[in-house]
Write a protein of this length. Structure first.
Length: 213
């Protein structure tokens, strides 16, 4: 079969009933999709990190999207970081590459669940998604220890970086695209600082999703 003919077959059989799809892409779904896209992106960036501060930045960004995904399905982002200190993270046969591969298995599962919800109209199982996110978080927290840091320090530096990027505390497209990279890098390469307690402004109120059919 020619590739052009294959593509025609793809377009003939893809989900394209946007009158059904559009209502499913509601508030929780936009947040969850944002989280999924971000986690996939940041894992790739982590694999390319060339030093510890860069790895801390990518892990912090990854955890930001991870936490957003919890919020989207109405769950609190809570995890006992000390529970991640086990034999796996002292075993030299495991590496960041293996950790990232394991994370992507679970992110792939979450993507499959969301795809079935958005394009096929299946019910979204928030509890199953929570289980997958918990596995993702556990491995990601372990990665923090593997690079010689901790989840607490990684998350703290992420919030300090974002406080520098968004001094008014809330997201704007202008601030997202016009960053002071020198200032942000200085924060990431500094020593641990006191806890940052910022007010949280959610994009939406979370609720447990369900199919519209």
């Amino acid at each position: 079969m020619k590739t052009t003919d294959f593509q025609k077959g793809v377009l003939r059989t893809c989900s394209a009933d946007f009158q059904k799809i559009s209502p499913r892409l509601n508030e929780w779904a936009v947040n969850f999709l944002h989280g999924l896209c971000g986690m996939a992106d940041e894992i790739g960036e982590l694999l390319l990190a060339d030093d510890k501060p860069n790895a801390i930045e990518e892990l912090g960004d990854f955890l930001w999207y991870d936490a957003l995904s919890y919020h989207a399905i109405g769950k609190e982002f809570y995890f006992d970081s000390e529970s991640c200190i086990d034999g796996r993270y002292s075993d030299m046969k495991y590496t960041i590459e293996i950790d990232c591969n394991d994370i992507m298995k679970h992110v792939g599962e979450l993507n499959g669940m969301f795809k079935a919800y958005l394009f096929y109209g299946r019910e979204f199982d928030a509890e199953k998604a929570y289980e997958q996110l918990s596995k993702v978080t556990r491995i990601a927290f372990g990665c923090c220890y593997r690079i010689g840091s901790s989840p607490e320090d990684v998350m703290r530096k992420n919030q300090e970086k974002l406080r520098a990027r968004y001094p008014e505390k809330y997201f704007t497209e202008e601030r997202a695209n016009e960053r002071d990279l020198e200032k942000e890098q200085a924060i990431l390469r500094d020593k641990p600082t006191p806890e940052v307690d910022l007010p949280i402004k959610s994009i939406v109120e979370p609720f447990v999703p369900s199919s519209d059919e």
